[in-house]
Design a protein around this ligand. Sequence first.
Ligand code: MTE
Ligand code: CO
Length: 426
Amino acid sequence: MKKIPPATLEHVAGNGLLSRRHLLGFSLAGISTIASSAAFGADAGTLFEIPAWSKQPGPGATGYGAPSSFAGNLQRQAGAPNPLYPGGGSSRSPLQHLQGTITPNSLHFERHHSGIPDIDPAQHQLVINGLVRQPLVFSYEALLAYPMVSKIYFLECSGNSGSLFGNSAAEGSAQSLHGLVSCAEWTGIPLATLLEEAGVQADASWVSAVGADASSMGRSIPLDKAMDDVLVALYQNGEPVRPEQGYPMRLFVPGWEGNISVKWLTQLKLTAGPSQFRDETSKYTDTMKDRRSEQFTFPMGTKSVITSPSGQMALTRRGVYQVTGIAWSGSGSIRRVEVSADGGRTWADAEIESHQSDKALTRFRIPWQWSGAEAILMSRATDSTGAVQPSRTALLEERGNLAQYHFHGIQSWGINAAGEVSNVYA
Ligand code: MTE
Ligand code: CO
């Protein structure tokens, strides 16, 4: 472990942002400005006390794994059940406790309009009808025989981060404010394969998808998107799609607002225009400042969120921290993430993974030296189309705050002198 005196740290932007080269090659704890006795050192002797778990065999293999009992606080966060809205509601991914870019299936966010149906795949059917040459009915078993593809994609509810439209900064964690986004490897049949088999008629230009849950949730998808990268997804991170995510099959519409990825998919109807489902007329539409409403806002915006340090955490020592978070875009891949520690006055490029997938989460990191003074951390993403994540102020100037969907502005974590982190408007 190479220790570097604080004086040789290379600063790249205001208020303590450090060069990405400091992420490698030495311990960040070693350059803490206060002495740390927790690492190897004076206490090394205690290492020779053999812990209880090393003295006897543990239980044997299990059928289906579960996390360590010491990691039991790793939970989705759900709102209180509402008796007037049975099964309705959502749960959020614990972004501040996750690393990398893949969300474990048990922690993928959920959004249900009528709860989770308990579907027997042997009795479930997928119908393709409407403006097709030959209407088709597929059983689950029949679909399993089709060639499949596997792709890593994020899914984000358009209501995610909606509280940031509010006039005062809501209290919350990365999870409670932004946890309606997750990312998984989805395996399924390209929708184009199934539509080609049914034979799309020349006057068809939309596909209406309907779910088998009690809400019969439906959404209309333009045919060119349906023929492009949409999947009928059967697997999620290698195992059958979870009931919460649409077992036995869901539509997966990459990069677009989560609502359109219809779960428990049972019907695809080719139509000449959109079907004007409830969720594309009274819901998921965006009312602009002039009270005109935009009916369809499909791709999710270019966005990033710092997941650590983040809301409701506390910095317990002065010194170097790894600032890390996730970035994504519904229109392509992430090319750049900049971080500011001084409320947006100066910015530095964070390290992002060398390979970025389209419409997937990208992890970013940058080292930062906290002096013990107040700081405001922000991140700003740029995607492969050149789109730059706007400031919250710019987003509100453009769109107003009558709509509660599609917030993708820059969010700020304020850190006070006690090290407490909270959502602030900068
Ligand atoms: N599909 C059906 N049939 N019923 C639903 O309630 N919720 C939608 C969409 N598809 C929903 C649905 C919404 S609003 C979102 S954000 C995503 O599913 C959530 O997918 P997830 O629960 O797998 O995260
Ligand atoms: Co949603």
